[in-house]
Design a protein around this ligand. Structure first.
Ligand code: BES
Ligand code: MN
Ligand code: ZN
Length: 499
């Protein structure tokens, strides 16, 4: 992670400076100091570039004098409207503009200390890069930014605001890393091992293998896994942060119902016997993004010591065609007891989630269940890459998710559920089939999942269009987005933490 420190504003003797400037604002603080030290070079450059201060508008001034290698000015939009989200984006844009510099000082201008922490968050999120498999890249081609000093008069308060945000950033990075890993490295067993490592954060981790799942009767999940030489896993992660019975002076409170997060973890989805076309199949390495987000979220909650009880469950399988693979037409018995006619082996995510959802509600009786899954191509057709599909049987939960999406930039758009869609899953020989036909494909997939939530409050996020980005965004470099970590962390922080 980009190394962040907070300090009182002081012009660096040499090196780079970044300034966040609102619309119509003149230079103040370090901006004014740098302008004076350089004989007005900064203001002259801004005028020459017709800089307006619009959101993420950027001007870079090289070697303006006074020992400065580079001054980057990033627009914030209207200062009075610059909320946490806008500040993060400006921080991310500044980090990108500083990437050729080993270090920099960032001045957020006249703003509350929390804004300085948010700018730092944007900067670290943007500066992250997955480069463990690059062995021959020349140093001059690598991004260099390693240290950022965020200037604020109340550096102590800014630093305090940064501490929990750093925990969230760590969770985002874990999710991005898992999603970025190639599928030969990140098998279900390997992903389970990486979940185990969360024990060091105080998370209780259990890993179930094929034997245990067979004993339980996870016929839907195991049917998907049976074509692969890589064994499936289910991982159960528990974070006990609410205090519960351990809280001093309280009578042994009965354990509060935990919040539950469930992720689809298909480490590679070939489609199985209903094989996918070759072009673009490599994208299916990120068919475990829902699970990656759940793991990253658990790390974020533990990393910032969230005062909440939460469980994270991930179903990890590889969907392969082989002599042992399930066939179109097979009927499997899910853990719930309901039978499923598998008419398309490429509709595998819902089969995996069916067993994990049922297990989750039965074992934990959670306050709610939220699942995340790169479930359907149809949601990409519906919503593109701008919003995840939100399906829920609980209006209050849905509203809270929509608000958390607006605050974090991880947008969700509510989609319908209903009996008419549910009927499309009717099978001629089993309790249901695993596909509902092309029309409303994302809805019938959600409808399928709803049959396994047993009436519990539930939301499903179809993240097929948002888990991966083909272009850089202010706080998200192209590639794995970790979509959902920040959204769900915000949901928890806003509505489910004590004190
Ligand atoms: N993992 C895919 C969905 C997907 C598509 C994710 C594109 C990310 C990008 C899922 O398992 C799948 O194959 N879904 C099928 C379902 C169909 C067979 C009913 C689909 O969407 O085509
Ligand atoms: Mn599939
Ligand atoms: Zn899939």
């Amino acid at each position: 992670m980009l190394d962040i420190t907070f300090a009182k504003p002081a012009l660096p003797e040499k090196g780079a400076l970044a300034l966040l400037l609102g619309e119509g604002e003149s230079l103040t603080g370090l901006g004014a100091a740098a302008d004076t030290a350089t004989g007005g070079a900064i203001a002259r450059a801004l005028a020459a570039a017709s800089f307006k201060g619009k959101k993420n508008e950027t001007v870079t001034i090289l070697a303006p004098g006074a020992g400065l290698s580079r001054v980057v000015v990033v627009g914030l939009g209207k200062r009075e409207e610059a909320d946490g989200r806008a500040t993060e984006e400006a921080g991310g844009t500044a980090a990108a503009a500083l990437s050729a510099e080993p270090a920099g000082v960032l001045d957020v201008g006249p703003a509350a200390p929390a804004r300085a922490a948010e700018a730092a968050l944007g900067a670290v999120l943007r500066a992250w890069r997955f480069d463990k498999y690059r062995t021959t890249e020349k140093p001059e081609d690598k991004p260099k930014l390693a240290r950022l000093t965020v200037a604020h008069a109340d550096a102590t308060k800014a630093r305090a605001a940064w501490t929990p945000l750093k925990g969230v950033a760590d969770g985002v990075f874990l999710a991005r890393e898992l999603v970025s890993e190639p599928p030969n490295v990140l098998t279900p067993a390997e992903m389970a091992e990486r979940c185990r490592a969360l024990a060091k954060l105080g998370i209780e981790v259990e890993v179930l293998g094929p034997k245990e799942m067979k004993k339980l009767g996870f016929g839907a999940l195991l049917g998907v896994a049976q074509g692969s030489a890589n064994e499936p896993r289910m991982v159960v992660m528990q974070w006990h942060g609410a205090g519960g019975a351990a809280a001093k002076g309280k009578r042994a409170a009965k354990a509060a119902r935990p919040l539950a997060f469930i992720g689809k973890g298909v480490t590679f989805d070939t489609g199985g016997i209903s094989l996918k076309p070759a072009a673009g199949m490599e994208d299916m390495k990120w068919d475990m993004a829902g699970a990656g987000t759940v793991v990253g979220l658990m790390a974020a909650l533990a990393g910032r010591k969230a005062k909440v009880d939460a469980v994270g469950l991930v179903g990890l399988v590889e969907n392969m065609p082989s002599g042992t693979a399930q066939r179109p037409g097979d009927v499997v018995k899910s853990y719930s007891g309901q039978t499923v006619e598998v008419l398309n082996t490429d509709a595998e995510g819902r089969l995996v989630l069916a067993d994990v959802l049922w297990y989750c509600q039965e074992r934990f009786d959670p306050a709610f269940m939220i699942d995340l899954a790169t479930l359907t191509g149809a949601i990409v057709i519906s919503l593109g890459h701008e919003n995840a599909g939100l399906f829920s049987n609980d209006d209050d939960l849905a509203q809270k998710l929509i608000a958390a999406g607006q605050a974090t930039g991880e947008g969700v758009w509510r989609m319908p559920l209903g009996e008419a869609y549910d009927k499309m899953l009717k099978s001629d020989i089993a309790d249901m089939k695993n596909i509902g036909g092309r029309p409303g494909g994302a809805v019938t997939a959600a409808q399928f999942l709803q049959r396994f939530v047993n009436g519990k409050p539930w939301a499903h996020l179809d993240i097929a269009g948002t888990a991966w980005s083909s272009k850089d965004k202010p706080c998200v470099p192209k590639g794995a987005t970790a979509f959902g970590v920040r959204l769900l962390d915000r949901l928890v922080a806003e509505h489910h933490e004590k004190g």
